[in-house]
Design a protein around this ligand. Structure first.
Ligand SMILES: *[C@@H]1O[C@H](CO)[C@@H](O)[C@H](O)[C@H]1NC(C)=O
Ligand SMILES: *[C@@H]1O[C@H](CO)[C@@H](O)[C@H](O)[C@H]1NC(C)=O
Ligand SMILES: *[C@@H]1O[C@H](CO)[C@@H](O)[C@H](O)[C@H]1NC(C)=O
Ligand SMILES: *[C@@H]1O[C@H](CO)[C@@H](O)[C@H](O)[C@H]1NC(C)=O
Ligand SMILES: *[C@@H]1O[C@H](CO)[C@@H](O)[C@H](O)[C@H]1NC(C)=O
Ligand SMILES: *[C@@H]1O[C@H](CO)[C@@H](O)[C@H](O)[C@H]1NC(C)=O
Ligand SMILES: *[C@@H]1O[C@H](CO)[C@@H](O)[C@H](O)[C@H]1NC(C)=O
Ligand SMILES: *[C@@H]1O[C@H](CO)[C@@H](O)[C@H](O)[C@H]1NC(C)=O
Length: 473
């Protein structure tokens, strides 16, 4: 259903009203259960079926039951490591650099219930992933790599190999139910703040770490586990060209699936500091091919074929909160709409710690993407460009396709004749719904027909529970 201009303008105002009404309510949250980790915690996931909580911290991983009692705990570090050495899992890769005890920060934790595994990836060993058993995380579910198996660095260098470099990821099913792992990670090689300056020749990240990759997660095909050499070969990566990496320091905030798309929310930190007036936040979308095959099974879609990105702007000119710190997709009830409407709630911050909550309507994002592709197929124009910072975008530009009329599916996901990663020039804009200092996370839930927005602060406490009372029925 195409968005009507009326609902576009009504929704934000109604939200704003709701915040004002609700901010008078002082709401107490009670801690029901608690689990204290001995080290800094990095990530957690909850299994919706067993209600187990998997918690990953520095050098430890925990499996907790539904009331947060520890069932299993396992140490994951520190280990002997050096950022200049290949992972010890790589055969015939001795390293002359001295290794020392290195903390293992968890960078990615994801459940694959169907295969019964917990994907746990740490910062050591070049960002290596393990598959642990969901019913007992101290046991490795799948030995990888197998002794004497052929292994390439690209199968081992999966997440960021530095505590402060971002990584986000997602498990999904591709055509025919094949398990896949989507990973987006900050580049940490030569020339970045994460790489030792005086070791230019030892950059192991250079060829082996795309910023975004779709990897095989099929435990029945161990020879290809974690490779991105899946159909179509080599094209399941998004790699910023080496010479423009300093201008594209991508820091990933979150990746989430919605319909058959995956959204990737990030900031370009190369712009931070000197351009406070410009939004640095980017929302990218790719198509996951989760639907019934539209093409031959052997002919999957390339990651960059459907890739399209746009800026996310929270605030108006002169008062822009330019850095995205947290984003949460939620379906909320909107007056006049029979079904819940998907929105993206984002917390954005300025360098002075001032922060704001903005909400973006997903239908507007979807329609803007279709417009962008249509515009690109009409020839060169100022509103949309081929993303030429990416290897797969080289040399291409928007060109008129004669009188071809693009189908909805092609407008959404690209097509063989429209297969380059695209960037929209104008950001999607939203007005702040709420402004405060130091908000660093957002989550949204529907409780008894009320949409409740939880805002957390950077000291780790959920300090504010802000009730957005939306469109009371
Ligand atoms: C979790 O384990 C504790 C201690 O064994 C037990 O008392 C509690 O009932 C368990 N909770 C669930 C949801 O199984
Ligand atoms: C988990 O596996 C470890 C190692 O095999 C074992 O010692 C432990 O008892 C198991 N824990 C549970 C709760 O099954
Ligand atoms: C953690 O798990 C691994 C893999 O199962 C095991 O080899 C190791 O002994 C465990 N360590 C501790 C401290 O439980
Ligand atoms: C791996 O290769 C080594 C040397 O070629 C051999 O000694 C060893 O038995 C092999 N291991 C396995 C599990 O095949
Ligand atoms: C990570 O960032 C923090 C805060 O900026 C800094 O104190 C710390 O030294 C950094 N860690 C590493 C390993 O560089
Ligand atoms: C590299 O730089 C570090 C810190 O600046 C220094 O401690 C180290 O000795 C240098 N290594 C070499 C091989 O020059
Ligand atoms: C597409 O082109 C139309 C007409 O020039 C313009 O109004 C619109 O903003 C463009 N949208 C995008 C997303 O490029
Ligand atoms: C929520 O709304 C639905 C549909 O209007 C209604 O059937 C249901 O009773 C409401 N639930 C609560 C807890 O108010």
């Amino acid at each position: 259903m195409p968005p009507s201009t009326e609902s576009l303008s009504v929704a934000p105002r109604a939200l704003l009203l709701a915040v004002l009404l609700a901010s008078r309510c002082v709401c107490a949250l009670h801690v029901q259960q608690m689990f204290a980790s001995q080290s800094e915690t990095n990530n957690f996931v909850v299994d919706a079926v067993s209600h187990r909580v998997y918690l990953a911290a520095v050098n430890a991983i925990y499996q907790l039951n539904g009331t947060l009692a520890a069932e299993v705990s396992n140490s994951t570090g520190p280990v002997q490591d050096n950022v200049l050495c290949h992972a010890p899992q790589l055969p015939q890769a001795p390293c002359e650099h001295t290794k020392s005890l290195t903390d293992n920060h968890n960078k990615l934790l994801a459940l694959d219930r169907e295969q019964g595994v917990l994907v746990a990836c740490g910062s050591v060993y070049q960002g290596f992933c393990e598959l642990r058993r969901m019913d007992n995380v101290s046991q490795i579910a799948v030995e990888f790599p197998k002794p004497n198996a052929t292994v390439f660095p690209s199968m081992l260098n999966i997440v960021a190999n530095h505590p402060n470099a971002s990584t986000v990821g997602l498990v999904f099913r591709s055509q025919g139910g094949t398990p896949r792992l989507l990973v987006a990670a900050t580049y940490t090689g030569l020339g970045t703040e994460y790489f030792p300056k005086n070791h230019s020749k030892e950059d192991l990240r250079f060829e082996n770490t795309p910023e975004i990759a779709i990897r095989s997660l099929n435990t029945k095909d161990l020879a290809r586990l974690f490779t991105y050499d899946i159909n179509p070969s080599e094209d399941n990566v998004f790699k910023i060209k080496q010479e423009v990496k300093p201008k594209h320091k991508l820091s990933f905030v979150r990746v989430f699936a919605q319909k058959s798309y995956s959204y990737i929310a990030m900031n370009n930190d190369a712009n931070s500091g000197f351009k406070e007036s410009q939004p640095n936040s980017i929302l990218a979308r790719i198509c996951l091919d989760t639907d019934a095959p539209r093409r031959q099974a052997s002919e999957g879609r390339k990651l960059t074929e459907s890739y399209i990105q746009m800026g996310l702007q929270c605030g108006a000119s002169g008062n822009i909160y330019n850095r995205l710190v947290s984003i949460f997709p939620a379906d909320i009830d909107v007056q006049g709409h029979p079904d819940a409407e998907p929105y993206l709630f984002g917390v954005f911050a300025k360098s002075n710690r001032k922060s704001a909550l903005c909400a973006f309507r997903v239908a507007e994002i979807e329609e803007t993407i279709r417009q962008g592709r249509r515009n690109c197929s009409n020839g060169p124009n100022g509103d949309v460009q081929v993303l030429d910072s990416v290897i797969q975008g080289s040399g291409a530009e928007c060109e008129a396709k004669g009188n071809i009329v693009l189908q909805q599916e092609q407008l959404n996901c690209g097509a063989a004749h429209l297969q380059h990663p695209l960037a929209l020039r104008k950001p999607i804009r939203a007005e702040p719904l709420y402004e405060a200092s130091g908000i660093s996370s957002v989550a949204v839930d529907n409780i008894h027909n009320y949409t409740v927005v939880f805002l957390g602060t950077s000291n780790g406490r959920l300090r504010k529970a802000l009730w957005l009372v939306l469109w009371l029925r």
